[in-house]
Design a protein around this ligand. Structure first.
Ligand code: TPP
Length: 345
């Protein structure tokens, strides 16, 4: 589904101006954070950053259609989704700085830890959704993965379980055409990734991943459907990874600059700006306010990651189990003893 053409013309019923203005504000901040994080890698402040520059609309929409009590299960590329759901961007990225196993408390905003192993988060997401249903809670779970993630066994197990048990979960696949250097044509023989729901009895829908209006509409309907007890849904957003997989990857080795250039005019920000300007809903003043908010967010990220923190080795044991095992207690005591002897020297 597309609701806004690349030039910003509405070709269907789009969400109201206030919703779209708020989305544009979030999109502009999201782009600024992506670019700031990329710069922080070059300054040695982050070990690695998988940018979602150009894909931000998918993530802003995914987080925006959820209620605070709903759960989001992000991948390593979904920092923006976690931030829009409420996680502080410095905490969200401290994992990639190498300071923490997660960096934030997943229960605070109902955002699971970012996963690096592909698709392992999907069975977990279904488990949370199933548990919520058994308890009679109205919780919906947004389970995110990339096109490459749909080739993993965990993806298929998660879809099957969710369909059989009618778990309130939305599987949201961001198809950005590449899994590092592997193009979509080497990933699947299916006509689309949305088709993958059919074999499991799950409706699948394709949406333009650079169209904020369409994403809010399709994902919003999938969440409402799941909340109403009508079961899971698969949504495939077609977008494009504008930058390299991470800073460690050289994308020029496996794709043409012309392909990248062809996606530039479909940018989610310029498309939404054009629509809102044309309606008179976006003034120069509002645009300046959005840019200033984005700049404040970037400063907060820079300041946060420029802090050198001293990790406490005892924290290694603190969050493994709710009640630590005897072995962990023993190891923690050994470390505590070593630390106190070092301190005494
Ligand atoms: C189980 C597993 N196998 C392989 C990898 C190595 N790996 C990291 S990212 C990636 C590509 C993933 O592509 P996709 O799912 O399309 O997500 P994208 O990076 O495009 O957002 C691979 C193969 C991994 N992290 N986990």
């Amino acid at each position: 589904m597309t609701l806004l053409d690349p030039d910003g013309t509405a070709v269907g019923v789009v969400p109201d101006d206030a919703t779209l203005l708020r989305s544009l504000d979030l999109l502009i901040t999201a782009r600024r954070l992506n670019d700031q994080a990329y710069a922080l890698v070059r300054q040695g402040r982050l070990a690695v950053y998988p940018s979602s520059h150009g894909q931000e609309a998918c993530q802003v929409a995914a987080a925006q259609v959820l209620d605070p009590a709903d759960w989001l299960f992000p991948t390593y590329r979904d920092t923006v989704a976690a931030v829009v759901k409420g996680v502080d961007v410095v905490e969200a990225l401290s994992l990639l700085k190498g300071d923490w196993h997660c960096g934030y408390d997943p229960t605070e905003h109902h955002v699971a830890p970012h996963t690096t192993p592909l698709a392992t988060q999907l069975p977990h997401a279904v488990g949370v959704a199933h548990a919520a249903r058994l308890r009679g809670e109205p919780t919906v779970v947004m389970a995110m993965c990339g096109d490459g993630g749909t080739s993993e066994g965990d993806f298929h197990e998660a879809l099957n379980f969710a369909a059989v048990f009618q778990a309130p979960v939305v599987f949201f696949v961001q198809n950005n055409e590449y899994a590092i250097s592997v193009p979509l044509s080497r990933q699947t023989a299916a006509p689309s990734l949305a088709h993958k729901g059919i074999g499991y009895g799950i409706p699948g829908e394709r949406v333009d991943g650079n169209d904020m209006a369409a994403l809010l509409t399709v994902l919003g309907a999938a969440v409402a459907r799941a909340r109403a007890g009508e079961g899971p849904q698969l949504v495939e957003a077609h977008t494009y990874r504008m930058q390299a997989h991470t800073n460690a990857d050289d994308a020029t080795r496996y794709r043409d600059e012309a392909d990248v250039a062809a996606w530039l005019p479909r940018d989610p920000i310029t498309r939404l700006q054009a629509y809102l300007r044309d309606r008179g809903a976006l003034t120069a003043e509002t645009e300046a306010a959005f840019a200033a908010a984005a700049e404040r967010a970037a400063t907060h990220l820079r300041d946060g990651l420029n802090q050198d923190i001293t990790p406490n080795p005892e924290d290694l044991f603190a969050y493994v189990y709710e009640r630590p095992t005897s072995q962990l207690r023993e190891q923690a005591a050994l470390i505590a003893d070593e630390l106190s002897r070092e301190g005494a020297q």
